[in-house]
Unconditional design. Structure first.
Length: 175
């Protein structure tokens, strides 16, 4: 088991070195998107319309932060169950998504897409949303504001602790 400090923009290049069980302190830009946002992004992709952010090289965090308390960048921001995005994830990965952050197991189709696209699935600690929020230095809603906590947000992570759950060679600690 290895430990890495990684910038989100470097996940595509780092993915071949990562192995299931490795620990990663992630810093940089990460986007939130849950099932309702995934559905809308998929509709935009199917229509050939502009997406709220560039999928190629991006990292998506499956989270729906709570309202931001005064003086903080974000409210509690723990991971949601990743399998809820399994219908959408292979297409996102095929469009260049470099990494996903969530919790729990993934379908065979997602695992195959992670391997095919040399991507990575990272797990965050469930039930520790308030602690996770301490690693987020900024939060900006960038799309689908009407979805409330499920809107797409641009977050800036600073040493967000994660574990490689599925690596691009098929190593898997969650299935």
């Amino acid at each position: 088991m290895a430990e890495y400090c990684a910038a989100s923009a470097q996940l595509r290049e780092l993915a071949p070195k990562l192995r299931a069980g490795d620990r990663v302190l992630l810093s940089g830009t990460v986007y939130t998107a849950r099932d309702a946002a995934h559905k809308r992004i998929t509709e935009l992709m199917n229509k050939g319309e502009a997406l709220p952010f560039e999928l190629d090289g991006a990292c998506i965090y499956y989270a729906g932060p709570t309202p931001t308390p005064p003086g903080l960048a974000i409210g509690s921001c723990g991971p949601t169950t990743s399998s809820r995005m399994d219908t959408y994830a292979p297409a996102f990965l095929d469009k260049g998504l470099a990494a996903m952050v969530g919790k729990g197991p993934r379908s065979k189709e997602v695992v195959d897409a992670v391997i095919r696209n040399k991507a990575v699935y990272l797990c965050a600690v469930g039930g520790a949303g308030a602690l996770a929020a301490k690693c987020i230095t900024s939060c900006e809603v960038i799309a689908f504001e009407d979805l409330g906590c499920e809107s797409v947000k641009r977050l800036n992570f600073n040493d967000f602790p994660l574990i490689v759950a599925i690596d691009c060679e098929g190593g898997n600690i969650v299935n």
